[in-house]
Design a protein around this ligand. Structure first.
Ligand SMILES: C[S@@+](CC[C@H](N)C(=O)[O-])C[C@H]1O[C@@H](n2cnc3c(N)ncnc32)[C@H](O)[C@@H]1O
Length: 221
């Protein structure tokens, strides 16, 4: 085996492209974009690997991904009619993966969304709850944001039954607005505070995220 870190000696253009792995410029299914995940890999790899294994005569019923991340394989497995088993050490990853592996009706999503907004307006957060919150949260969020995020999270839980997979869909939208509503420097993947960051209203951000996550068709599959 040879290992080199001198990439200048490799002529990448001379490496022939295997037509089997060449995909068009097809955009990934919208479901793959319901939540940002830094280590996500391209979805076509799953479909191609599945196609390859089938071509080689493998009979596939279940696909497993022990480092499933945001569920790229989980969603593609479900879409291809295969059962899926996965796990990940990061609970945000498994939340996204579970949310992505379900079917949703736009009608029900819209109904829940309006109910969440009504419940948000009715809820009040006790001062002590904000004051006693974890110091790390105080570091990353301004007080007004903490109050509104606590209200929004409570409104989501108040609206949707705990066993419903719709809860995971809305928790994903909630999770995805945490970075923009915090003082984390926009566009930075490194944890860095931007003391001058423009205020982003929690409900505006949540509504925009919800609309982005809605599907054009009635169902997402
Ligand atoms: C490269 S990412 C996988 C990305 C995934 N294919 C996707 O498209 O989202 C690797 C994942 O391994 C997870 N991970 C790291 N150590 C782990 C462990 N000991 N057990 C389970 N998962 C782990 C990380 O949380 C991360 O989500």
């Amino acid at each position: 085996m040879q290992i080199s870190n001198d990439f200048h000696t490799v002529d990448f253009d001379s490496i022939p492209i295997d037509s089997f792995w060449k995909t068009g410029d097809e955009r990934e299914n919208k479901m793959h974009r319901i939540h940002a995940y830094p280590a996500k890999f391209p979805a076509f790899i799953t479909t191609k690997a599945l196609e390859y294994a089938t071509l080689k005569g493998a009979k596939i019923n279940v696909i497993a991904d022990t480092f499933c991340g945001c569920g790229t394989v989980a969603y593609e497995a479900t879409r291809n009619g295969k059962d899926f088993w996965g796990c990940d050490i990061n609970p945000v990853a498994t939340l996204i993966a579970e949310a992505k592996s379900q079917k949703y009706s736009n009608e029900k999503l819209n109904k829940y969304f309006l109910e969440i907004l009504s419940n948000f307006d009715l809820l009040a957060i006790a001062r002590t709850e904000i004051e006693n919150i974890n110091e790390r949260i105080k570091h990353w969020f301004r007080e007004e944001q903490i109050e509104n995020l606590l209200k929004l999270k409570s409104a989501i839980h108040k609206t949707i039954p705990s066993k419903s997979h719709y809860l995971k869909f809305f928790l994903c939208a909630f999770s995805n607005i945490l970075k923009p509503t915090s003082v984390w420097l926009t566009k930075s993947i490194k944890p860095q505070v931007d003391p001058n960051k423009k205020h982003v209203d929690v409900i505006t951000a949540f509504s925009e995220q919800f609309k982005k996550n809605l599907f054009k068709k009635k169902y997402n599959f």
